[in-house]
Design a protein around this ligand. Structure first.
Ligand code: DC
Length: 228
């Protein structure tokens, strides 16, 4: 394999499908970097909320994305040096992230930042358009889904664990609306990339999902080495 080759694994899927947990575990196992692209949209949403940027001012929203002062340190996510790891997980931040993510200039503003995460020895990137738009030549692409019920339960647990209040009925409604918005937008909609492996994790443990992705990656890597 040439020295310049930096492998990428993309894991796309709907909200609360468990892709973040699986992607982090796969990255950890392989010693790869990890990109939580949803966090970038959430950080933009939080920054916009805090500055009370008018939501109909697309230019100002794109500027907020372009000038995002953020950094990642392990599981901690910082906005202008403040640890906002928990704040960005609030449902209202996720919903606003989904709304502003439909604006092409916002997506364009975050493009370069996402590419910069591709560093040696490799990257696992999770989101909605990792395999379709950001890393279309990734060596392994996965589309990870789960039923609305399983996802609502996972999100409920996640929110309660972080000290937020949550209600299953509202969560299922939120998830369904968010899926529709993320899938039906014209710019980089949520969909499986060409050649992506489909993984329905509704009845799977995290360990099983991680093992499956690792075994697909081992096969993809062997194929890549053979073709060198
Ligand atoms: O994965 P998440 O729930 O943290 O993402 C929050 C929102 O950000 C999601 O509803 C849509 C948007 N998003 C996107 O449009 N493209 C990505 N690659 C990642 C997230």
């Amino acid at each position: 394999m040439p020295n310049s080759y930096i492998p990428v694994i993309t894991i796309d899927g709907p909200t609360a499908s468990g892709k973040g947990t699986v992607a982090q575990r796969v990255a950890q196992h392989l010693g790869f970097h990890y990109l939580d692209s949803g966090a970038l949209y959430r950080l933009t949403a939080l920054s916009v909320m805090r500055r009370a940027t008018p939501l109909d001012d697309e230019h100002a929203l794109a500027k907020a994305a372009e000038h995002l002062h953020c950094h990642f340190n392990g599981a901690h996510i910082f906005l202008a040096n403040e640890d906002v790891s928990n704040d960005i997980r609030a449902e209202e931040v996720g919903n606003l992230a989904s709304k502003i993510a439909a604006i092409p200039t916002v997506r364009q503003a975050l493009f370069g930042l996402q590419l910069s995460f591709r560093q040696h020895p490799g990257l696992v990137a999770d989101g909605r358009d990792m395999g379709t738009v950001i890393f279309p030549h990734a060596g392994l692409k996965v589309f990870l889904t789960a039923s609305v019920e399983a996802r609502a339960q996972r999100r409920y647990k996640q929110l309660i664990d972080k000290g937020f209040s949550a209600n299953m009925e509202d969560l299922s409604k939120d998830l369904t609306e968010r899926d529709a918005r993320d899938s039906n937008r014209s710019s980089a909609p949520l969909k499986a990339a060409e050649g992506a492996y489909l993984l329905d994790t509704s009845a799977m443990t995290v360990d099983q999902a991680v093992e499956q992705v690792l075994s697909w990656y081992a096969a993809a890597k062997a194929l890549h080495t053979q073709s060198e």
